[in-house]
Design a protein around this ligand. Structure first.
Ligand SMILES: *[C@@H]1O[C@H](CO)[C@@H](O)[C@H](O)[C@H]1NC(C)=O
Ligand SMILES: *[C@@H]1O[C@H](CO)[C@@H](O)[C@H](O)[C@H]1NC(C)=O
Ligand SMILES: *[C@@H]1O[C@H](CO)[C@@H](O)[C@H](O)[C@H]1NC(C)=O
Ligand SMILES: *[C@@H]1O[C@H](CO)[C@@H](O)[C@H](O)[C@H]1NC(C)=O
Ligand SMILES: *[C@@H]1O[C@H](CO)[C@@H](O)[C@H](O)[C@H]1NC(C)=O
Ligand SMILES: *[C@@H]1O[C@H](CO)[C@@H](O)[C@H](O)[C@H]1NC(C)=O
Ligand SMILES: *[C@@H]1O[C@H](CO)[C@@H](O)[C@H](O)[C@H]1NC(C)=O
Length: 902
């Protein structure tokens, strides 16, 4: 069942053009790692056995490195005792420092993309006093309006915002910077010109030049009395802006780590980061640091990611941080839209998709370009029979060609104003280019009514009130999960996302006194941070309250259904986490649960029995009942394949069976008791879909809203999940393969000179993340066998615009001492890297390539001329790195190293 994914891979790969060799040197890497840059973490000073005495563990580490005659460059130091002590270093040969006692970890520096909202629509600011109050629907959805009414606003709470900076000049954000202002401090780690691939130029001024961080800041803390009457969740909190992106581009994660540590050191009570890249693993440096800061007593909220279309097992890092709150996105219920008034026949005002009135000065008669619903209305230049349109409001049907093309054709006939009616694609914001303020989208039914009147010859005119025409329009998917919101869990089965907050269609501040609607978990994350600020104000600032925040918000969250039907089941928890944050209940529930999440893990590691405590913190005696609410079981793979199912992930109603003891009980005020739960995984499901089941254990007290513990388990074992794609379903040829200097698949033994253009490249696709990837050089007569085989090999040429693999090596750790891994005879290691995410079909990352540019081992020593093979190994998800059986293995054809004598 070959899937038609050709269109989704880079053209260069789909076309069979031969490589123009020198160009392949100019390409960028496909793995996010930065060559030769690493973050080391060091142990306590006492763990180093250096000859001299030092006062800092880092100095002891440098000394130990120097004793090995290794040149390193220290890019940054991290000196946060109890959180992270280490450094970002540049080193040519990292293998030489691998076994230094006292160096706890060495991780490559990785690039993280600048945040991209899933949807964005700018709104030009105007001084229109009559633009009505925005309904603050996100506050209503989550009970924030009610806790505001109780007088909470985040007074005295500091929130560190790690993002693109903040336009603090925006009046709604305090109109200034520094002590006493809303944005009271912060730091710019990078400067405007930073791209992720050049030298950062830090300074003290974190002014935003992208807009994303300004939007985020408004969601957390905008002041009231602005033209849209938006209001932050914690408008009286103090914000600190930590800017980690230039105006475009990426950031190296050592800067992200530095920002987290500074935000922590500067005394922020909450750190929020709408930043990340698809990863799936809890072990990246950013995730580790964020998690430790949370454990130390800060509330840390991080966006779960906008990769919902890529299906399960894809949580962004650093949201993967174990103790961080990974925030998913729910669609807003209402947005403010404008209306037009119809004259000449009875009809309700027509809602059009614009936040400001169209600038139409007078009442205009309508003109329709066709008398029926045609697919390509106004896609071609209008015929001579069409009169001058300058005195009309032109009505055009959506479809076939871009909106701007339709509008341009109408404008060629003099049209100034137009309404485009929907064709069933959906009522949403549209791009009208230079026609902004003069054209907009209306709903299909309104367009069809206008068409009817036109055909019947009813003289309809339309006017556009410049004040008072705004309505709060209900969004079709309001209250449901945003489809873009990334699915968990992590590859090591941690419960991610943690919970959800409003993030779809959110109106907030943007630079230059502007406002815009954006969508993304980036928008949900500051909402959760603001909720955290209200919590700290309500309960008092303390590390204990901060540590309890995730559990409190999870246990009181609202269940998000799969659709808006009354009987709709609950959405899978790998999409919604514990549910939509409900701030009012979180503060006022008098039933406390000791944990918010239970991980049953996969079949091989199944933990069927769990306990948690229920405490009655109220003043009255309460009778309780316990119950089970299953959520949809996520079928995470396409049936019968090793491919992850794209989002929206299909669900099955077959849920777990749960025995809860006791079923009923009574607690006196202050009383508590333990609840025991035994889970039995659902049966009858297609195991090839790797079902992930989930749901809630509800505890309902006398006349109370139920609270819940969320659970997650899988039918299937991650140790059996295929890592490598050996098929040609996505790429035009089966993988893994070696590509020769012509960019063609190497079949026969081939000699390489390793001149600048003559070297082999390993190309592979990952269906799933691997904790460890490794390439060794072995003898041609090796007895080790491939465990995977490319399943078709038609030797179509590939080439051109190749992606690069990592051009550095990682410490040689596994296989030391005992274990079958160590028994595999190798000539020497070439490269190793940890925690690689999977590839996906959808955009720019469909495969990985590692170019063996130089004939050297991982330690930089030259490989002697001779005949070898490459042994490529990826570890299974829960595999033991010392067991050869736990790797997927591929042995390459014979590779001759034939470097000419100088
Ligand atoms: C927020 O701060 C303003 C200015 O200091 C103050 O007037 C207002 O009372 C505060 N709001 C709340 C709810 O505490
Ligand atoms: C639509 O119908 C009107 C009235 O019958 C007619 O005058 C006009 O030419 C028609 N327009 C088109 C595009 O056929
Ligand atoms: C509506 O227009 C879009 C864009 O051209 C097109 O993809 C879609 O098929 C159309 N839908 C209908 C129902 O005609
Ligand atoms: C699930 O089991 C695997 C294998 O034992 C383990 O590595 C992982 O930490 C477990 N996940 C959780 C959240 O406990
Ligand atoms: C590779 O080079 C070796 C040593 O020069 C030679 O014996 C062998 O035939 C060459 N192989 C190919 C495929 O050219
Ligand atoms: C493979 O060949 C090498 C010499 O090239 C030899 O040392 C080694 O013992 C051989 N191994 C096997 C398994 O035959
Ligand atoms: C580098 O690695 C190769 C292969 O493992 C080994 O033979 C060689 O001795 C190492 N060189 C140094 C200087 O450690």
């Amino acid at each position: 069942m070959a899937r038609a994914l050709w269109a989704l891979i880079p053209l260069s790969l789909a076309s069979a053009a031969l490589a123009i060799l020198p160009e392949r040197l100019a390409n960028s890497q496909s793995l996010p790692s930065v060559p030769n840059k690493f973050i080391i973490e060091v142990d306590e000073l006492a763990r180093f056995n250096t000859k001299r005495s030092f006062t800092r563990a880092l100095d002891a580490a440098y000394s130990s490195i120097r004793e090995r005659d290794v040149a390193i460059e220290v890019n940054k130091e991290f000196d946060a005792a109890g959180i992270f002590v280490g450094a970002s270093i540049t080193v040519a040969d990292v293998t030489t420092i691998q076994n230094i006692q006292g160096i706890k970890s060495i991780r490559p520096v990785i690039l993280v993309d600048s945040p991209k909202p899933a949807f964005q629509k700018a709104v030009t600011s105007r001084d229109d006093p009559a633009i009505p109050a925005y309904a603050r629907s996100t506050h209503v959805m989550t009970g924030v309006d009610k806790v505001h009414a109780e007088g909470l606003s985040g007074n005295g709470i500091r929130i560190g915002v790690i993002d693109t900076g903040i336009d603090y000049l925006h009046p709604a954000l305090g109109g200034g910077f520094g002590p006493g202002k809303k944005v009271a401090g912060g730091y710019d780690f990078v400067g405007d010109d930073y791209t992720g691939n050049n030298q950062p130029v830090p300074d003290d001024d974190p002014l935003d030049c992208q807009g994303h961080g300004t939007h985020v800041a408004g969601i957390v803390g905008a002041n009231p009395d602005n033209e849209f009457d938006i209001l932050g969740v914690a408008p009286n909190a103090t914000l600190y802006a930590y800017r980690v992106f230039g105006c475009v581009g990426q950031v190296q994660d050592d800067i992200l780590v530095e920002a987290f540590l500074l935000a922590h050191a500067e005394g922020n009570d909450i750190i929020t980061a709408s930043v990340g890249g698809a990863a799936g693993w809890t072990g990246t440096t950013g995730a580790v640091v964020a998690s430790r800061i949370a454990r130390a007593g800060k509330i840390v909220t991080i966006g779960a990611g906008n990769d919902g279309a890529d299906g399960a097992w894809y949580t962004s890092s650093p949201a993967t941080g174990i103790d961080a709150i990974a925030v998913a996105s729910v669609e807003n219920t209402l947005i403010p839209l404008q209306t037009a008034i119809v004259h000449g026949a009875e009809h309700d005002p027509i809602v059009y998709y614009s936040y400001f009135p169209l600038e139409v000065p007078q009442e205009l008669p309508i003109y329709l370009l066709s008398n029926s619903t045609i697919a390509n209305d106004a896609c071609d230049p209008l015929p001579a029979s069409v009169p001058d349109l300058s005195t009309y409001l032109v009505i055009i049907r959506r479809g076939t060609c871009p909106f701007v093309q339709k509008l341009t054709n109408a404008a060629a006939k003099g049209a100034k104003y137009a309404l485009i009616y929907d064709n069933g694609s959906g009522f949403n914001a549209i791009e009208v280019g230079t026609f902004a303020g003069r054209a907009s989208l209306i709903r299909a039914e309104d367009g069809l009514w206008l068409l009817e009147q036109w055909v019947a010859g009813v003289p309809i005119t339309v006017s556009f009130p410049q004040t008072g025409g705004s309505v709060d329009f209900p969004l079709a998917r309001g209250g449901l999960m945003s489809e873009f919101s990334t699915y968990g869990p992590t590859n090591d089965f941690y419960f991610k996302p943690s919970l959800a907050a409003p993030g779809g269609n959110i109106l907030s501040t943007v630079p230059d006194n502007g406002f815009a609607i954006m969508s993304g978990t980036s928008m949900a994350t500051p909402f959760a941070a603001g909720a955290g600020a209200l919590l700290l104000e309500f309960k008092g600032k303390s590390a204990a309250v901060a540590r309890s925040a995730r559990t409190l918000f999870q246990t009181t969250a609202k269940l998000v259904p799969v659709n808006l039907a009354d009987s709709a089941p609950s959405q899978t928890l790998i999409h919604q986490g514990a549910g939509l944050i409900n701030v009012y209940d979180a503060f006022h529930s008098t039933t406390l649960l000791s944990t918010g999440e239970l991980v049953l893990n996969d079949t091989a590691n199944f933990k069927p029995v769990h306990t948690f405590r229920v405490t009655n913190s109220g003043t009255a005696r309460k009778d309780y009942t316990t119950s089970h609410v299953p959520a949809g079981t996520a079928l995470t793979f396409i049936p019968g394949t090793h491919f992850i199912a794209p989002g929206p992930v299909p669900l099955s109603s077959a849920g777990a069976t749960v025995a809860i003891t006791p079923a009923t009980f009574t607690l006196a005020p202050g009383g508590s008791r333990e609840i025991s739960v035994r889970f039995t995984a659902p049966t009858g499901l297609d195991a090839s879909t790797f079902p992930v089941f989930s749901g809630f254990i509800q505890v309902t007290g006398t006349s109370e809203t139920p609270v819940h513990v969320s659970y997650l388990g899988a039918v299937g074992s991650l140790e059996n999940v295929a890592i490598l794609d050996t098929t040609d379903e996505v790429l035009p040829f089966a993988t893994p393969v070696l590509l020769d200097s012509n960019g063609e698949i190497q079949v026969a033994a081939t000699n390489y000179t390793f001149s600048p253009v003559d070297y082999p490249s390993l190309l592979w696709r990952q269906l799933f993340g691997t904790p460890l990837f490794r390439v060794d050089l072995v003898d041609t007569n090796t007895t080790v066998q491939s465990t995977v085989q490319p399943r078709s090999l038609d030797n179509r040429a590939v080439g051109g615009d190749r992606h690069y693999g990592p051009v550095f090596s990682f410490p040689f750790r596994p296989g030391k001492g005992s274990g079958t891994f160590a028994q595999v005879q190798i000539v020497g290691p070439i490269i190793q890297e940890e925690f690689i995410s999977r590839n996906h079909e959808r955009d720019t990352n469909p495969y990985y390539v590692f170019d063996v540019l130089d004939p050297v081992f991982a330690n930089g020593t030259a490989i002697p001329n001779g005949q070898y093979r490459l042994l490529f190994r990826v570890l299974k998800v829960t595999g033991n790195r010392n067991r050869q059986e736990d790797y997927e293995t591929w042995l390459s054809p014979i590779v001759g190293v034939q470097v000419p004598s100088p």
